[in-house]
Each structure stands twice: as C-alpha cells, then as structure tokens.
Design a protein around this ligand. Structure first.
Ligand code: PLP
Length: 546
C-alpha cells in the first residue's frame, strides 16, 4: 500500500478513503480500473491495462477501501499517462478528474515509488506532476511529499439575495446594540461602555470563586432550571421585599431578563411604556419582541407620574419599563416623593412595572432609596438585578423576581429560551457576592468611580462651556451631555472616534426622534487623566464643528 494521507489521524484517513472510494466507484462508464500491479501484464517493459466496468462500491472496510482507491485509481491512471504519451492528454484528464474528487491535501506516492512501480523514467513522472502543479491541482511540500491542493477559497461572493424574499419586510434590529457591546479600539479612550474596566473588577475574588466553583462535585451538573437556590435566596433578601428564593429566576444577565419579560409577559403589537431617553438594550429587546414603544418624558427626578398616568390611559398599556436608580442614560433617581405615586398609577391601571435596578451597587454619595418592589405586595413590580456591572461583564448572571402567574410564565419562558444558566457561573456569582471581601470591593469601586466622575464633570465644566450636563449624577457610571443645538451628533461622534475618543451617541437612547443632540459619556472604563484628555479631544472636535 503506497498511498497514504499526509496526516496520520485515523479519522482523516477514513474520510480520505471513503471519498476516494466514492470517487472511483461512482464513475458511471467503463473506464480503466481494477488492476493492482501484481495483476497487470508486463509486456516489453510496459504494463497493459484492461478495460472493465466498475463493480458495486465495496463495503469491505476502510483498509480495503484505501487499498482499492490507491491501487485502482490514481496510480493506474498515472501509469497510463506515463506509458502512453500519445494518450497523455486524455490520461491526464482522467487523473485530473480523480484528483479533483479526492479530499484536499491527500498525499500522492513518492516519485521513486511511481517510477519503480510503473517502470517509467523520472522525467516522465516529473513532467506529469509539474504540469498538475502548474495548474494548481497538486503542490509539493519540501521534505514531505506531493499533495492534492488545499481547498480553494471561493472567489465569487455568496448570493444571499434569496433571503430578501424569505425575510420579508419586517424590520430587523438596528446596529445600536451591536455598537454598544463592541469593545473600543485598544488605543482609544472609551467613554462609551457602562461596563467596568479590569482595574475596577474584583479579579482576585473572581479567580478564587471560579477555582472553588469548578472543583465542586456537582459543578457541571444540572440545577433546578430556576437557578441555584442560595443565589436566588440572596437576590430575594437583597430586595428588601417580602420575597423568597421561590420568587426569583436566574437569567444569563440583565439583557436576557429584559427580553424574557417583553416576550413572555406581552405579545407582538402590545404597548410598553418607557422613559425617554432610556437604555438602548431595553429598546432593542422591546422591538425584538414586537412591542410598540410608548415614550414618556422624564425630568431630573425621573418619570413624571402624571405623564405616566396619561400614557396608561391613552394606550391601555400593561407594561412599564423603568430604571428608578441612576437611569441609563440620564443618571436620574426616581424622586422619593414620586415613588408611591408612580406605583399607585401602575396599580390603578392593572399593569406591571419592570424595575431594572441595574445600578443598585453604585451609590457614590448618600444611599439612594430602596427598590420599588419593596412597596408592592401584589405582584405588580417585576424586579431585575444583574451582577455584570458591579462584578464583570463576562459574569452573565442576573436575578429576576416576580409573583403569581407572571412568575410561572417567566420561569417556563426562560426554560424555553435556553433551559438554564451554567451552574458554575451561578456559584461564582454567589461566592463573590457573599465573600468577606465584597463590601471592601464595593468601597474601593465607589471611591474610584467618584474620582472619575469628578474628573469628568470638572473637565466638562472647564472645557465645554457650550454643552449642558443634564445633572451631576449622585451615582452610576455616566453623564448625559447635551451638545449645542447646531451640532450634528453623528458627525461629532464620528470625528471624536477618528481622534481616538469613543463616546455613546445620544440618539440611540430615544424611542422616537431625538429632541436635541446628546452624548452619553461613561466613566466606567477610562480613569481620571484619560477622561480629562478625552474631554480635551471632544472640545477640539466641537470647536471644529461647522
Ligand atoms: C439599564 C441597563 N439594564 C440592563 C443592562 C443589561 O446588562 P447585563 O445584560 O450585562 O446584565 C444594561 C447594560 O448595559 C443596562 O444599561
């Protein structure tokens, strides 16, 4: 047996053998075949080949298939080619046909073997293989041998025009969300993301928790789909409401939870009330669920109860999405005087309020009010808390709390979405949140963010006199900056990026047309000096604006 794959891996050998056998046995018409050199008649130094019709494909196993393929196929064709120059063109064509049918990168017999087996001169072998090499069908690898060519990259672009018909006119999601999660270039100053940079992540706690979690006996087994009960109990207790582990469903991050609520508690065409501006990911999830966005403007104290009431009357919406603590992007906290009123309005309309408490760990001064869910006894508030912001973006774990039939729908809906969250991740989250070092981490995180916020606000005040900070937020990770009305926001964003500063375009946070140009500037990723440099870049960009 002389023909071997260049790779000794047996699976690859078997694949090559199967493909080779198929290439040979599939031939439809009588052709040159069937000879091993022991059965070939040698006449005056030449081998005479018989014409025969191929038999049925052999089922006698890999070894035989390889044998048949190697002995019956290319070698014989090479032989024909080498011994009958007058028939060289057609023999070469058949060889070419066979080589094309072989898997890419199959090793051919050595020159010496070819010469000895078929008693032809080295010049003939060289000539045939050189021709095939020139045409890209085989290639020589110095020190290794001659191989069929590697797979060719297709040169014509894929034709996906059929998808236009298949997908119809239903609008897809825009690029905003994609932009939000795309990391900034390494050499840019990033003020676009709300995720902490590595310097602020509790990497020591995470590493220790990950090691422990991976070694646990049941680390890779199933848990109840609702999630790790100790983690659910932890999230329930944190709310300060009369909730238990039974009320909490673990999801792979806050985004998945938003999407689950919008899809499982509402249906396509249903209205959902959102603050304007609001979190771009919530807008995307609601649009993805086919919901109709109903914007309600907020002010420095968050959502206005009267505007919410009007919107509920007008639309009969049964779902309201709200971030009462350090809202994204405005940075507002729902005023203490408004909290009861907002909840009463929701209750009066028999609606749900999805409370996205994404910044519950990010008070940078006085503690903000506790969650609204603690004021609700009857299952109106669905409460969401994720750990991706205070711990690390890659720890995709969040807790979603609800009561009654809504809880059942969410629990079952989440199973239909993706069964359950990796137990190891849940265990890591629990370990970090309950570690003795957790409150120390929060303390140093808040200190660092306070310094960053102050540096950013100071630089904006000093260098951007024509821009207006909506508020100086008492917590959270970003500020909301109104640009001069004459500015083109996309132009400012693009020119800042070209100058090495990545900022969040404000327009993506509005469910409808933006009332003015805005930027969302985050201090979660860049440190104080970088933020000051970034604002210098922005000032130069604005100075240059037409
Ligand atoms: C307001 C708000 N809610 C929810 C999320 C989702 O976060 P994650 O899926 O990382 O938990 C984000 C992410 O930036 C956010 O800003």
């Amino acid at each position: 047996m002389i023909w071997r794959g260049g790779n000794s891996d047996s699976c690859r050998q078997a694949r090559i053998a199967a493909a080779t056998a198929a290439a040979i046995t599939d031939r439809p018409a009588p052709t040159i075949s069937g000879l091993k050199d022991r059965s070939a008649a040698v006449v005056a130094g030449k081998v005479r080949l018989k014409q025969m019709t191929p038999s049925e494909p052999s089922a006698s196993g890999t070894a035989v298939a390889i044998d048949a393929a190697f002995a019956v196929g290319p070698e014989v064709l090479l032989l024909a080619l080498m011994n009958d120059d007058s028939n060289s063109a057609s023999a070469q064509g058949r060889l070419e046909h066979l080589i094309k049918a072989l898997p890419p990168e199959s090793r051919l017999p050595s020159y010496r073997e070819l010469q000895q087996r078929y008693r032809v001169g080295p010049a003939t072998v060289r000539r045939v293989l050189a021709d095939l090499t020139r045409r890209g069908l085989v290639e020589t690898r110095p020190g290794s041998g001659t191989y069929t060519a590697p797979p060719r990259l297709t040169t014509s672009p894929a034709d996906v025009s059929w998808q236009t018909l298949a997908l119809g006119t239903k609008a897809g999601l825009g690029a905003d969300l994609e932009r939000m999660v795309t990391p900034s270039p390494a050499d840019a100053i990033s003020m676009a993301s709300g995720f902490l940079d590595e310097r602020l992540q509790p990497l020591g706690l995470l590493a220790a928790a990950a090691t422990r979690a991976a070694r646990r006996p049941q680390a890779w087994n199933r848990l109840p789909a609702q999630g790790l009960s100790e983690l659910r109990a932890h999230f329930a207790t944190e709310t300060g409401a009369a909730l238990t582990a039974q009320n909490v469903v673990i999801t792979p991050g806050g985004q998945a939870a938003l999407s689950a609520v919008f899809r499982h508690l509402a249906g396509p065409g249903d209205p959902v009330i959102v603050e304007s501006p609001t979190y771009v990911g919530a807008l995307a999830a609601a649009r993805g669920a086919g919901l109709r966005l109903v914007p309600v403007p907020g002010d420095r104290d968050g959502m206005q109860p009267q505007a919410l009431s009007d919107a509920l009357v007008r639309t009969s919406a049964k779902l309201v999405y709200l971030q009462p603590r350090y809202s994204n992007p405005a940075g507002t906290v729902l005023g203490r005087h408004r909290r009861r009123e907002v909840l009463d309005v929701v209750v009066a309309h028999g609606a749900f309020l999805l409370e996205d408490d994404w910044m519950r760990d990010f008070d940078l001064g006085q503690p903000s009010p506790p969650p609204l869910v603690g004021m609700d006894d009857d299952g109106h508030v669905i409460y969401l808390r994720s750990v991706s912001k205070p711990i690390a973006p890659g720890l995709r774990v969040a807790g979603l709390a609800a009561r009654g039939p809504a809880l059942v729908r969410l629990r079952r809906g989440r199973i239909s979405d993706d069964l359950f969250v990796a137990p190891v991740l849940q265990q890591i989250a629990l370990d970090v949140l309950t570690a003795p070092g957790w409150s120390r981490h929060l303390g140093s995180l808040r200190r660092a963010l306070r310094e960053r916020r102050d540096a950013l606000v100071g630089a904006i005040t000093a260098k951007l006199p024509n821009c207006q900070l909506f508020i100086v937020p008492a917590g959270g990770v970003h500020v909301w900056l109104r640009l001069p009305d004459s500015c083109s926001e996309p132009d400012v964003v693009a020119r800042a990026a070209a100058a090495g500063l990545v900022v969040g375009p404000g327009r993506m946070c509005f469910p409808g047309e933006p009332p003015a140009p805005y930027l969302r500037l985050s201090y979660a990723e860049a440190d104080g000096p970088a933020l000051v440099t970034g604002i210098g870049i922005l000032a130069a960009v604005l100075d240059d604006s037409p």
